[in-house]
Design a protein around this ligand. Structure first.
Ligand code: HEC
Ligand code: HEC
Ligand code: HEC
Ligand code: HEC
Ligand code: HEC
Length: 195
């Protein structure tokens, strides 16, 4: 009888842990599709030949362009380059209407965080991959996952539920910024990272 109760307890425990582990994230994150399927693979590397800075460069004042505006695309895409559905949508919905593409930004930090690319990319010479993973080589875009409680992108917390990173770029929480700063002996104050 006692053994039976124990087994039932364990089964129940694992069942509840399972719910916590697999169902909770499903409930916590709302999934949103990008407005358009963009492939970095087609444009960069051996195939496309463009460099990251062709689209994600720095302005003269040192600020980072971020995601390119439509004007970076129209030079090539006013004439069809191929027959894909994504390109058809690009031309019909954006280029011909001169409408910006409302990209969802996976790595977007909360409003009160200050982050400067030039400091990290130029001064510290850190690769894009260290913080963004292989996104610059990706062939398609994963759905954007929005945390229903905080409203932030899942990329801030990271894919792992426990918060323990599965790769160096998995998660960009305050702790993750600070861990790398400690490694490089960068002293930063609250107001260095917050505005
Ligand atoms: C033809 C222009 C173009 C080139 C060249 C390009 N990108 Fe992009 N990049 C984009 C566009 C458009 C987006 C928005 C869609 C998306 O998320 O992929 C983007 C988004 C990104 C993002 C996602 C940012 C976020 O948090 O949502 C990263 C990271 C990125 N690019 C890295 C790179 C790297 C690294 C390279 C060089 C290997 C590169 N890109 C070259 C156009 C370009
Ligand atoms: C230097 C020229 C050039 C620029 C600039 C450029 N593209 Fe492209 N793009 C291409 C070529 C070439 C293809 C491949 C066409 C094919 O073979 O289907 C392509 C394909 C695409 C496709 C079709 C699906 C895919 O990715 O294979 C989309 C969508 C697209 N580009 C979006 C963009 C966006 C958005 C921008 C601006 C951020 C941009 N492109 C800038 C040349 C360019
Ligand atoms: C030290 C880490 C780090 C490195 C290195 C880095 N990024 Fe970022 N990137 C971030 C963070 C953090 C954000 C979010 C910034 C914010 O929301 O204010 C971001 C945002 C972006 C965005 C979206 C900008 C927007 O529109 O909000 C793009 C595109 C991007 N990075 C591309 C790149 C590329 C390309 C490189 C390499 C040249 C690179 N990043 C190197 C951490 C990094
Ligand atoms: C190295 C950069 C960095 C430093 C230094 C830093 N923060 Fe942050 N902080 C962040 C980032 C990035 C976030 C947003 C991501 C997150 O919530 O972890 C954040 C989030 C927060 C939040 C919101 C927490 C939450 O979970 O919503 C508070 C409060 C905060 N920081 C306070 C502080 C205080 C107080 C200090 C000084 C003792 C400090 N921070 C120093 C980068 C930093
Ligand atoms: C992969 C390592 C790495 C990550 C991740 C990283 N940083 Fe940094 N950061 C550096 C290094 C290295 C420097 C020093 C750059 C220099 O001046 O040479 C720096 C400098 C800074 C500075 C200037 C500090 C000062 O006092 O001069 C700020 C602000 C900053 N980072 C904010 C952030 C925030 C916010 C995040 C997270 C969203 C972050 N960093 C993530 C490596 C990193």
């Amino acid at each position: 009888m006692r053994l039976h109760g124990y087994t039932a307890f364990l089964l129940g425990l694992f069942f509840m842990l399972g719910i916590g582990w697999f169902v909770f994230p499903l409930a916590l994150y709302e999934t949103m599709e990008q407005p358009l399927q963009f492939s970095h693979q087609t444009h960069t590397g051996e195939k496309g030949g463009m460099s990251c800075e062709d689209c994600h460069g720095f302005r003269e004042d040192g600020s980072f362009c971020g995601i390119p505006r439509l004007e970076s695309c129209t030079g090539c895409h006013s004439e069809p380059q191929g027959t894909s559905v994504a390109e058809k949508s690009l031309v019909e919905n954006y280029v011909s209407k001169n409408r910006e593409i409302p990209w969802l930004v996976y790595s977007r930090q909360p409003e009160n965080v200050y982050f400067s690319h030039i400091q990290h990319v130029k001064l510290a010479e850190i690769d894009c991959e260290r913080c963004h993973g292989p996104h610059g080589k990706s062939g398609s875009l994963p759905p954007y996952q929005r945390n229903r409680i905080s409203g932030y992108s899942r990329n801030i917390w990271g894919q792992s539920i426990s918060g323990i990173p599965s790769a160096p770029w998995d998660g960009m929480k305050m702790d993750d910024c600070e861990a790398c700063h400690a490694e490089h002996r960068v002293g930063s104050s609250c107001l260095g990272c917050h505005k």
